[in-house]
Design a protein around this ligand. Structure first.
Ligand code: NIG
Ligand code: FE
Length: 403
């Protein structure tokens, strides 16, 4: 007799595991016990069980909770003025080099209180939750001094406690050189690596270490120093790689066994091959591609032929991707990058879990995984990619509880 707290029944399941498209089970059921999936399969095979509660889902589709594995959700202010400048022809790099860009969000983030940062991030989080997100990665990187980087990461942890989602944090101290170090970037790199990272880690605020490797940001050598430090602290790494130019970021990420290399529009075949060999997940960020009106597509065919796992994320941030909808990211990945709807949903579930190092805990509907799941008012899973901005969510469960 299987003991369960909750039975979900009369539903169609996209388990994202198994050989069928979407790992689909067309008349399925799920038993949940202690926040985890105890059993999942065709309703006809439901084992004998005793359960406290039953939810009938009237034939709706259930997927794993969506995982947004790359966001900059916590920041002060907004950059809609720069958006207007770009519409008039200025480029992202020009604005950054003229002292705008990331640095202008740094000013606003330093000024904002923790409560204020929390409240503004929660508003954006509502958009993610309404589009099925149950786990979100949140980066620092708009503080660029010790106090503000730690403040951002504390806000991220608070979102994990109070926001109705699981949170993974990434320390992104090498995001930009802050204004006070413009004349002395080496001193900032030292500070970010030898002072801020250990301080944040000591407070338990860091799940992974990220960096922005780009001519307008940090060099391969600077990033390698950071990654050496992360390794010494036992922290996994990931990288904003080859977004605006080919800077060898994909290969660098592979050399360090990174969880993921993100953006990678400009990565070469050698870089992609290195990622495949090292098992690095490619995180595709179609929101940034859209908002920057990029034209250089990420090398999707190479990723497919080298069997690199592709994840999809919003990159929610005030500069390049003011996108607070996970289903919009899925749609954009299909329309712009030509992922199939199934590839895009894998990218928002099983592959995103891999990109966060959480494959054993979330990302599929399988026994033993957390009962993070989403019930959708759709007839076919492809609708998750097809609708842009339509409300499709019916209910979310995090750890087996309605959230
Ligand atoms: O992922 N590329 C660096 N970081 C962000 C942009 C940050 C910003 O412009 O504020 C990104 O696109
Ligand atoms: Fe980013």
């Amino acid at each position: 007799m299987t003991r369960a707290d909750l039975l979900l029944t009369d539903c169609r399941l996209a388990t994202m595991a198994g050989p069928e498209p979407y790992g689909a089970i067309h008349d399925g059921a799920i038993l949940i016990a202690d926040g985890r999936i105890a059993w999942v399969g065709p309703r006809a095979d439901l084992p004998e069980h005793r359960t406290a509660e039953t939810h009938r889902l009237d034939g709706r589709w259930v997927t794993p909770g969506l995982i947004d594995c790359h966001t900059h959700l916590v920041f002060g202010g907004d950059r809609s003025g720069e958006f207007e400048q770009r519409l008039e022809g200025a480029t992202y790099e020009e604005i950054a080099r003229a002292g705008g860009g990331i640095v202008s969000s740094v000013r606003a983030t330093r000024e904002a209180s923790e409560d204020r940062l929390f409240a503004s991030a929660m508003r954006r989080l509502e958009g993610l939750k309404a589009t099925g997100v149950t786990t979100v990665e949140i980066k620092s990187g708009y503080g660029l001094d010790r106090d503000t980087e730690l403040k951002m990461l504390r806000v991220a942890r608070r979102i994990g406690r109070e926001g109705g989602v699981r949170v993974r944090t990434s320390y992104l101290g090498l995001h930009a050189v802050p204004p006070e170090h413009r004349q002395d970037r080496a001193a900032y790199v030292d500070l970010a690596i030898d002072d801020i990272l250990p301080a944040a880690h000591a407070e338990g605020l860091v799940d992974a270490v990220d960096a922005y490797c780009e001519p307008i940001a940090f060099s391969e050598a600077e990033v390698a120093r950071l990654f050496d430090k992360a390794r010494a602290l036992g922290l996994p790494v990931k990288l904003h790689a080859d977004q605006l130019s080919d800077g060898g970021g994909a290969a660098l990420a592979a050399r360090y066994g990174a969880l993921s290399a993100d953006h990678i529009e400009h990565s070469t075949e050698a870089g992609i091959r290195a990622m495949a060999e090292a098992g690095v997940v490619a995180v595709l960020l179609p929101g940034a591609f859209l908002m920057l009106r990029e034209t250089k597509l990420p090398p999707i065919d190479l990723l497919r032929s080298h069997r690199v796992a592709m994840a999809v994320a919003t990159d929610c941030n005030p500069g390049t991707s003011p996108v607070a909808s996970m289903t919009a990211a899925i749609t954009l990945a299909c329309v712009q990058f030509r992922l199939t709807p199934e590839e895009a949903l894998r990218g928002a579930t099983v592959n995103a879990a891999k990109g966060l190092g959480l494959s054993d805990r979330i990302g599929t509907l399988e026994p033993g995984k957390a009962a993070d799941l989403v019930v959708w008012d759709i007839e076919r899973p492809a609708e998750l990619a097809y609708w842009l901005g339509a409300p499709l969510l019916w209910r979310r469960y995090v750890g087996g509880l309605e959230a």
